[in-house]
Design a protein around this ligand. Structure first.
Ligand SMILES: Cc1ncc(COP(=O)(O)O)c(C=O)c1O
Length: 377
């Protein structure tokens, strides 16, 4: 059965044009400093098992949607973590440890960032303490422990786990590595974003086609801001930037709509777990409030079908392992193509070269299998 036959009916939940759009390379590269990007690439590209992740083509989908090219950056092949997250937390660990062997790394996490930090510490033989709330699944805890970290459960939510991590780290002189920036905490999150930017450095060498549109999934906005910084540094022509979020956790869209940082209330968690965030990180806000052309939100409805479609070669000639946070870029692209007004507003046409980021593979193996079989039904 072709469960992707009905893609013409896939819809966006919301579409919002950014009235304050202005892409200013030097402003962006002040917020995520250009030299940090250079240093991140120079370090990470020397890591053991480093390779460019593949830049694939969704050639079947580009035909269906009548677009020139759809490029898919396949982050399922990124180191052991099967996700772009490997470039962020792990790089920050390396940078702040400065070769010392007697320091202890700590972090609070909802899952993905903590894995990257734990892996980064393990790479350097450093001890690592990861704090998680009572809501983080046992499966995610297991994944973090696989990288040798001690996991400490804290009663309450993410904010409680962060508070406990800060308290214990102060007391014991552990080095905290968080990916969310606030007014007085910018450097380490900037390092994680600099790590993410190397995806764009790689792409600038993987194709000589000018990318016209980039679809960027967002949770707190770190991935999106890191990629935007990469674009500001490495791309000759500036593409349109489209931010994609779950409709249940659209904190970027709501912030851009009201032109100020907005904390939202999540009534029900989205299946797009890594993107289910209620408030943006500060540096990403400063970047994205200007550099994004538009924001879209999507529901959970088509995630499983898209995961199955990627796997079963419905969108490309090759089979792709893309998880619940990889699918949203593809869904948002399809949703915009089905919305004539939105499509026109961002100049999507048969001349367009699109980039979607396949953020992760089967990082959560159990969930991936469940979604794959659901999508195939
Ligand atoms: C696995 C995963 N985690 C988290 C995120 C969110 O990243 P950020 O919080 O930096 O916006 C994404 C993508 O948006 C993702 O693919």
């Amino acid at each position: 059965m072709d469960y992707t036959k009905n893609i013409k009916s896939w819809k966006l939940s919301k579409f919002l044009l950014n009235n304050n759009f202005i892409f200013n390379r030097s402003y962006i590269l002040k917020n995520v400093p250009s030299l940090m990007l250079t240093n991140a690439y120079n370090s990470i590209s020397k890591w053991k098992n480093y390779n460019n992740t593949p830049l694939l083509k969704l050639d079947k989908l580009q035909k269906k949607l009548d677009l020139n090219n759809i490029f898919y950056k396949d982050e399922s092949k990124r180191f052991h973590l099967k996700s772009f997250k490997a470039l962020g937390g792990a790089y920050a660990v390396e940078k702040i440890s400065k070769g010392k062997k007697n320091i202890i790394i700590s972090s609070a996490t909802a899952g993905n960032h903590g894995r990257s930090v734990a892996w980064g510490a393990q790479r350097l033989n450093l001890k690592c303490k990861i704090f998680v709330s009572q809501y983080v699944s046992e499966n995610r805890v297991k994944e973090i422990k696989k990288f040798g970290a001690e996991v400490i459960r804290v009663k309450g939510n993410y904010e409680d786990s962060l508070r406990e991590c800060q308290k214990m780290s102060k007391k014991n002189n552990w080095k905290i590595v968080q990916d969310v920036s606030t007014k007085n905490y910018r450097y380490i999150p900037q390092l994680t974003m600099a790590g993410y930017s190397i995806m764009i450095k790689e792409i600038s060498k993987q194709t000589n086609q000018y990318i016209t549109h980039i679809f960027l999934q967002a949770g707190v906005g770190g991935l999106a801001a890191g990629v935007v910084a990469g674009v500001a540094k490495y791309f000759k022509k500036i593409p349109k930037i489209i931010i994609v979020e779950p409709d249940r956790a659209d904190c970027v869209l709501q912030s851009i709509k009201s032109n100020k940082l907005k904390k939202i209330r999540i009534k029900k968690e989205s299946i797009m777990g890594g993107m289910s965030c209620n408030e943006m990180s500060l540096v990403p806000w400063q970047v994205l409030k200007k550099a994004s052309n538009c924001c879209v939100s999507i529901s959970d409805k088509d995630i499983a079908k898209t995961i199955a479609g990627l796997k079963d070669k419905k969108f490309s000639k090759t089979s792709i392992t893309g998880g619940e946070c990889a699918a949203p870029g593809v869904i948002a692209l399809i949703g915009i193509c089905n919305n004539i007004k939105a499509k026109k507003m961002i100049n999507l046409s048969k001349k367009s070269n699109i980039l979607v980021i396949g953020c992760e593979g089967n990082a959560d193996v159990k969930l991936y299998q469940q979604l794959l079989s659901k999508g195939r039904k």
